[in-house]
Design a protein around this ligand. Structure first.
Ligand code: ADP
Ligand code: ZN
Ligand code: MG
Length: 426
């Protein structure tokens, strides 16, 4: 049924930037501060008359991110008020840059960006049995919004794209981009059309509150099937916001968006237009950064296999450990093997790994003068196996080596033992 329709998907990705201070005031940017309402001031509490001052560090981090993902930086940024009422938004408007954003256009892995904004996060609502509490520590935290064109045609492609965005943010150090913690939040817009149809469907369903990649995949798969089934049944799809219930495995309507929201946007009178001059621009675009895509290539050139590359690129601290192990004289594949595969080394530092490896090497018995008498004893005690070996049974050799290993607690050098055996039994 789903094969009768093709999917149209566009993403809106939000990420909290980890600057020292908030977006428009000097309060500490720590949305996870457990002591409620401590990082607050008149600006982020929305008190009348408070003056917002844009955080240039946040702006530069947003620009660095936008540039690094291939979006085109803009030279003029204008903050506007997006007016709406909600208890977690004390001013009655959110400051954002909808018409003159940080970046417009450009693409990553074939997906075009519509625009990238830098705005402010809302406060946090805490719902108890009989009341709702508001914690303003999160109010005014810098929030990056990445909006793609509806270019995705495949759910896995969308998940991979989000993972890449997450990695890039982490590599640049601009956001922790943790979905579970809520540093990174996804909204997916999805609709379906007949294969070959060029124009976009006249509706879209917005899926909110996606808090993990596996949830994203499941929710979108169900929503895609629901939309196809609805059309097959001759029913019409409407513009709405839907959630996904993991228990029932179904999506459900949360809010229908028949009439367009009117946010009555207008420029924030207290924030002058921001002009990004050439000097500022080149400070961002010439910054020396490492991107996951570049690291993948680099590791490929070192001859590492795809499984190693996936693990090392996906976990920067593991990659750093890999580098530190290499610095101690190990080859790329040896180092990758130690940090990726050997569970015993998971909790060990590079120096500890080196110590264990050296010990393994130095405690090996390679001296023929020591090994020969042991090999002779083994030969004398296993005459049956020896005659098997002489009649061409290859596993007899393995058994004899095994016996030497046993009597040396595994310290004998197997290759040297084999050559002694060959010599003595020739
Ligand atoms: P609005 O202006 O109402 O916010 P936009 O046109 O900006 O809507 O689109 C918001 C998001 O929805 C974008 O990520 C875009 O790619 C996506 N989108 C737009 N139209 C469709 C559609 N028909 N199907 C799926 N996604 C869509
Ligand atoms: Zn504040
Ligand atoms: Mg929009």
């Amino acid at each position: 049924m789903t094969q009768d329709y093709s999917m149209v998907l566009g993403l809106e990705i939000h990420m909290q930037l980890n600057t020292d201070s908030k977006m428009f005031c000097g309060c500490k940017n720590d949305p996870f501060e457990s002591d409620a309402n401590t990082n607050v001031c008149p600006v982020c509490l929305g008190l009348p008359g408070a003056m917002p001052v844009p955080n240039l560090n946040a702006l530069k981090n947003a620009q660095l991110f936008a540039h690094s993902v291939g979006a085109k930086l803009q030279t003029k940024i204008i903050y506007e008020r997006k007016n709406y009422f909600y208890p977690d938004l004390p001013k009655g408007f959110q400051l954002t840059c909808p018409h003159n954003p940080i970046a417009v256009g450009g693409s990553l892995n074939g997906i075009n960006f519509r625009e990238i904004h830098l705005e402010e996060d809302t406060a946090k609502s805490i719902h108890t049995d009989d009341l709702t509490l508001i914690d303003f520590n999160k109010s005014g935290v810098p929030l990056l919004e990445i909006v793609t064109e509806p270019d995705f045609t495949d759910i896995d492609q969308a998940v991979e794209f989000c993972k890449e965005i997450q990695l890039i943010a982490r590599y640049l150090g601009v956001s922790e981009a943790d979905m579970e913690k809520g540093n990174m939040r996804l909204e997916a817009n999805i609709s379906v059309r007949k294969p070959g149809q060029v124009e976009l469907p006249n509706y879209r369903v917005e899926m909110k509150n996606i808090n993990s990649f596996s949830f994203m995949k499941k929710a979108l798969q169900h929503e895609l099937r629901r939309q196809a089934e609805t059309l097959v049944n001759g029913e019409v799809l409407v513009q709405e916001t839907r959630g996904f219930n993991e228990v029932t495995g179904k999506t459900f309507s949360q809010r229908s968006k028949e009439e367009a929201n009117d946010y009555r946007y207008f420029p924030e009178p207290d924030i002058p237009e921001i002009e990004v001059d050439d000097k500022w621009m080149s400070e961002i675009t010439t910054r020396d950064v490492l991107l996951p895509s570049e690291l993948r290539l680099k590791l490929k050139e070192k001859g590492l296999n795809d499984q190693y590359i996936l693990r090392l690129v996906g976990d920067f601290s593991l990659y750093e450990k890999y580098l530190a192990v290499m610095d101690l004289g190990y080859s790329p594949s040896e180092s990758a093997n130690f940090v990726v595969n050997i569970s015993e080394y998971k909790e060990k530092s590079p120096l500890e790994i080196d110590k264990i490896e050296k010990l393994k090497k130095t405690s090996k018995i390679t001296d023929e003068a020591i090994l020969s008498p042991i090999v002779e004893t083994v030969i004398n005690e296993n005459s049956k196996v020896v005659s098997d070996f002489k009649s061409g049974n290859a596993s007899a050799m393995q058994f004899l080596i095994g016996q030497v290993m046993k009597s040396t607690q595994g310290k004998a050098d197997a290759q040297i033992v084999a050559s002694i055996l060959n010599k003595l039994l020739a």
